[in-house]
Write a protein that binds this ligand. Structure first.
Ligand code: IVH
Length: 723
């Protein structure tokens, strides 16, 4: 034996003791189960090879850690044991190699009992908390956690809150005293709901449903436990008065009996024969794993015949007649190598964790989205951290927590970058608006970051071009999604030696016929269609000519269309229109200060900020200059600064026939002064504009004593408001 082995054993014992404490006492494990199991297996292997290394306090010598001291102690009349775990050998090339551990288990039984194909009770291995329930004269009297297997904690009051645990047995024929064991678990839906709520109220979230179950059972106040929807499945039964005797001959029959008495038993429980039967069950449940409403981490095989179980007996911490066949772990730990920023089509910046590649539930994971800055600060992940990655079924892999004990020295909190990694433009902090009124704006708690390089940023190029060309923007007919995809992806523009793709909407106005023909050719080449015939060439030319004409036509536009086409976040058509009217020309819009922007009716502080940030970005100004240089133009107009709110907050009703103005014109003019034009007269109406033929609305106005204007008065009023 080497000094190394001694040292390693000591180290493993210390680490395992710490993890045991965190798992059992604090309900807050810092490493995934798979890793704990690996450490334990390493220690078992070491102690088996060098028995002199085994100490009395070795974690291999007991079932679990002692409980926390907050609950009364209960001594288990019949010890609560654990199960040996069998893992698949994923490196094996065939099933024989892969399931060698299970084959060994079956062989030990067939050899010792002299049976050809033993029958097993096969059960899902629920990932919750083992519980023992005592019944006297058919009444639930006490419930306890496993604790160290000999002594557990009295959690009777909390268990009573679990609706599926019978407080009184049903039917008849039950023994005087009965001890039922099973798993308390938190259904997945309840777990998700709990975490969503905890996140909302800023409370600590549960790492997984098992911690949820454990934590809930440890509540001091049963009312708290009752709030967390826990469930229970029974998987074993004992007769404490005569522990050498069983409830019948077979475990499967005993479970059926428990069902009769009112205990929930998993509907997945079944029986199977021999190795082939076990493997078939393992596969069947494995396929259904992600669809089950609760987490399982494997299946359990138990020799069904009680007499056979007695013959097999126990080794220190587990029965020889049962084994847990574990599924590949859904949680693994690995190292966070870095955090990259991805820019989406709309400019949203998403942080993505780059991980040291790790196998999780059979798939290599090396990138995991971190969603947003909030998640990063919630997890407090730092570069170099050990992180726990979870991948369950179809759910995308996620980082559930970090391992604080393994944080490298000097790791600093991660800061969101200030510039877009794609185009270098400033990243802007955007808080979604939850509710907005005239006087206040309420934001969502979460903060998103977006690239302010709208027109310039390659990541956003497709989206911004699509918006730019839209009918209500620059209205370039025939410039749609697929062509834009091609233009952004294919190097169709010749530029000296190099060729490149479209870099900004300004490039559109520099296109030549040859460029578009080349674009068409590259596109067909990529999609596999060969553009060989003359006829096709002609079609391509006609298409190119039409598109060029549409582009040329769009040069003559209006300021409001142009402003809308720029795709400034939250600047829709009506804001673009308001800006165009208010300033009359683009230079004034671009030069406007935040305060000036905020003075415009309909432009709130948030939108003012967006506009200001957009024009502050040098890249955006360059694209605008290039567009103008390429001949995009519009008529300037004198600023129309209508006195703010001349009719702000007023409600006006139009009725009868107007002569000088159409109904729509009148409505538009009134609205531009801040009025709300309503269809019916009520107490809230400020005045009614009535023309000839007015009827019931006029009567109603008279009835309510509301002011009535004729068209002449309206026209005079409107004239006064013009600058
Ligand atoms: S039987 C003597 N059956 O797994 C055998 N255990 O690692 C006692 N578990 O503490 C356990 N599902 O928390 C058994 N169908 C099942 C189980 C199951 C989950 C848990 C239980 C136990 C642990 C053993």
């Amino acid at each position: 034996m080497t000094a190394n082995a001694t040292q390693r054993a000591e180290q493993l014992r210390a680490e395992l003791a710490e993890h045991n404490y965190r798992y059992h006492v604090l309900d807050d494990p810092s490493i995934p189960d798979a890793e704990y199991d690996a450490l334990l297996r390493e220690l078992i292997a070491l102690e088996t090879a060098h028995p002199e290394l085994q100490t009395e306090d070795s974690p291999t010598q007991r079932v679990g850690a002692s409980g926390s001291r907050d609950f009364a102690e209960v001594e288990h009349e019949i010890p609560m044991l654990s199960l040996d775990n069998a893992f698949d050998d994923v490196s094996a090339s065939d099933d024989t190699g892969r399931f060698a551990a299970i084959a060994d288990f079956v062989r030990r039984i067939t050899t010792r009992l002299g049976l050809a194909e033993p029958e097993f009770s096969v059960e899902p291995k629920l990932d919750g908390l083992a519980i023992s329930l005592a019944y006297e004269q058919g009444v639930f009297v006490r419930g306890a956690t496993r604790g160290d297997g000999t002594k557990g904690e009295d959690v009777t009051a909390n268990l009573r809150t679990i609706k599926t645990i019978p407080l009184r047995l049903r039917g008849s024929g039950w023994p005087q005293r009965l001890e039922v064991r099973g798993e308390v678990y938190m259904p997945r839906a309840a777990f998700e709901a709990y975490n969503a709520k905890a996140r909302d109220s800023g409370e600590k979230t549960l790492a997984n449903p098992r911690n949820g179950a454990a934590g809930s059972l440890r509540q001091k106040d049963p009312q708290e436990t009752a709030k967390r929807p826990l469930a229970f499945y029974a998987y074993a039964v004992y007769l404490p008065a005569t522990p050498e005797q069983n409830l019948g001959e077979r475990h499967s029959a005993a479970l059926a009996q428990l069902r009769e008495w009112g205990f929930p038993v998993s509907p997945e429980v079944d029986t199977a024969r021999g190795l082939a039967g076990l493997v078939a069950y393992y596969r069947r449940i494995g396929e259904r794993r992600d669809g089950l409403p609760y987490d399982i981490d494997g299946v359990v095989y138990k020799l069904d015949d009680y007499a056979g179980q007695r013959q097999m007996g126990f080794v220190s911490r587990a029965p020889r007649w049962a084994i847990a066949h574990k599924f590949p772990a859904q949680e693994q730990s690995t190292e966070l190598l870095g955090i990259d920023i991805q820019i989406g089509r709309t400019g949203a910046a998403t942080p993505v964790a780059r991980l040291k590649p790790v196998q999780v539930a059979g798939v290599t994971v090396s990138n995991v989205t971190l969603h947003n800055a909030d998640q990063i600060s919630r997890l407090d992940v730092r570069i170099g951290d050990s992180v726990i990655v979870r991948r369950a079924g179809d759910v995308i892999p996620e980082i559930v927590k970090i391992v604080p004990e393994r944080r490298p020295e000097g790791a600093v909190p991660w800061q969101f970058p200030t510039a877009c990694p794609v185009c270098g433009s400033a990243l802007e902090r955007v808080q979604k608006i939850k509710k907005q009124t005239k006087s206040e704006t309420i934001y969502e708690d979460s903060v998103a970051w977006v690239c302010s390089g709208g027109l310039f940023c390659p990541a956003q190029r497709k989206e911004s071009l699509f918006h730019f060309a839209a009918r209500r923007a620059m209205d370039i007919e025939g410039l749609g999604g697929e062509i834009i995809d091609d233009m952004v992806e294919l190097p169709f523009l010749r530029c000296g030696e190099d060729a490149h793709s479209l870099r900004s909407p300004a490039d559109l106005y520099l296109l030549q016929l040859d460029d578009l023909v080349e674009l068409r050719r590259l596109s067909q080449e990529r999609s596999g269609n060969v553009p060989e015939t003359v006829k096709k060439g002609k079609v391509a030319t006609r298409w190119a000519e039409n598109l060029l004409e549409a582009i040329a036509k769009s040069r003559a536009t209006t300021l409001e269309r142009f402003l809308f086409a720029l795709g400034i976040r939250d600047v829709g058509e009506s804001t673009a229109k308001a800006l165009a009217r208010w300033f009359g020309n683009l230079d004034a819009v671009m030069a406007a200060s935040l305060d000036e922007l905020r003075a415009i009716p309909d432009v709130g502080p948030v939108v003012a900020g967006r506009i200001s940030a957009f024009f502050a970005e040098a890249h955006n100004r360059e694209v605008i200059a290039a567009l103008r240089a390429a001949g995009v133009h519009w008529p300037d107009a004198p600023p129309q600064r209508i006195a703010e709110g001349a009719l702000a907050g007023k409600t006006v009703v139009l009725t009868g026939t107007l002569e000088a103005l159409s109904r729509d014109e009148a409505k538009e003019r009134l609205e531009s002064l801040g009025a709300k034009v309503s269809g019916s007269v009520s107490k809230k109406t400020d005045f009614v504009v009535a023309g000839p033929g007015a009827g019931s609305k006029l009567e109603k106005a008279a009835e309510l004593g509301i002011e009535v204007w004729d068209e002449a008065r309206l026209l005079a009023f409107l004239a006064e408001q013009l600058p």
